[in-house]
Design a protein around this ligand. Sequence first.
Ligand code: ZN
Length: 472
Amino acid sequence: MTDLLENGDVEASHCAASLPGAAASEARWSVWRAFWAAGLGPATTARHLAHAGLLKAFAVHAASVILLVFGATVVAAAVSEDSTWVEIWDDIFRDMFGLGVFAATIEAGTLVLALLLVPWGAREEKLQTSLRWSMRTVWQQSMHVAVASLALHVLVSFWERFLWKPWYAAYTPALNSGVLNWSARPWYVRHADECAGYVGVLLYAWVLWGLLRAVGSRPLAAPADATPACQLCGYNLTGAATEGACPECGESVAASIMPDSRPGVLWERRGALSRRQAWWQTAWQAIRTPRQFGRQMQVYSPPAAYRQFLLPSMVGGALIGMVGVLACYAGLLQSGRVGSMSYEVLDDLLWLVLPVAATACGISILTTSLFFAGTVGAIMSLANRRNLLPLAMRCAAYTSGFLLLWMAANVLPAFIYGLAPGTRLFQTLAAMLQADEDDVVLLLWGVFNLFWLAAYVRKLHAMIQGARFATR
Ligand SMILES: [Zn+2]
């Protein structure tokens, strides 16, 4: 049987369910190898398992979820003093509704994740093939997610059982009588939330890295038989004279088919420029003239370049997020709604609020790019009868500089949000609208961001328009 499966000729006859993705030379692994390999070498694993269909990938996913639940109950029984493992399972199966909700939540979350990642792994193919690739690759990565989740669960459970409980039991009388100062708690009690948060962020950053590596692992090559097309309107230029003009739109043929007609964006041919300079200039060109930027862009160059462009944007997003939080706090202090920077407030701000804001804002650069590459890209794909998702992903990555501008524009509103509900202007507005002052500020903030959203989508759309007829 193994021979049959590893023999390409035999398998090829019934692999309608498999997806293009692996080079022909890539050895086919058994799908169960995803269990341990997906977390260690996600891209390699995805390439070796590119032959596996949706059903097999779902089997890996389902088995991973079951093992995760099994592992979680083992841990729960180990730290519990009054329930055994059997009792916990008994409770789980008695609550079939709860079990159903749990399963539905996991499946819905996985589906959302797969949808979000579609443009990251898409190639020029039917849209549903891109969707299937993302779905099955996310399913194959399930064990990686399960291991990370279980590790966090173990950490929190053992902390509670072996650090928190003994400490609490020993100090309760002193705490109750007020002899013990609450701020004199040991560090593992005082900073429990932060520690769990940091470990969680690291674990899920590892998971995210794996997902991106796996979904984005498909080889990319320009089609060998691409027909020469007018780069402005897409008209088929086969046989057109180089000196001539496009019969459809009048663009010179040379501008479309000469080797330098699509030179690539600055970031990908930065030459002597430093990475920092190249990033700034590329980001600025993308913001100022998105359509020309798209017209220059090569869509079959190695994807590593645009992925590396996203990373500085994410770091920038994290920094701006922290500045925004500080501005909001400054506003709150100014308004008098937070009395003073007490020790507790400062402690929380430094170790919890700032890192959370940084992480959330950094990740939001990536997820926003993915989301709009997927939605704008899918709509434009239907209109253009070409799968523009891979191209839209490139455009979204290079438009990430605009997301930073958008985020920076929110720093001042964050300050005002902290400050404003106490000011006369907003009190008057709230009285006029017969609404809560906080709601008025939120509403205005929402309207402000709607304009930015519209500008962002317009720029992304213009860049995809400029790139959509690319043949190299
Ligand atoms: Zn034309």
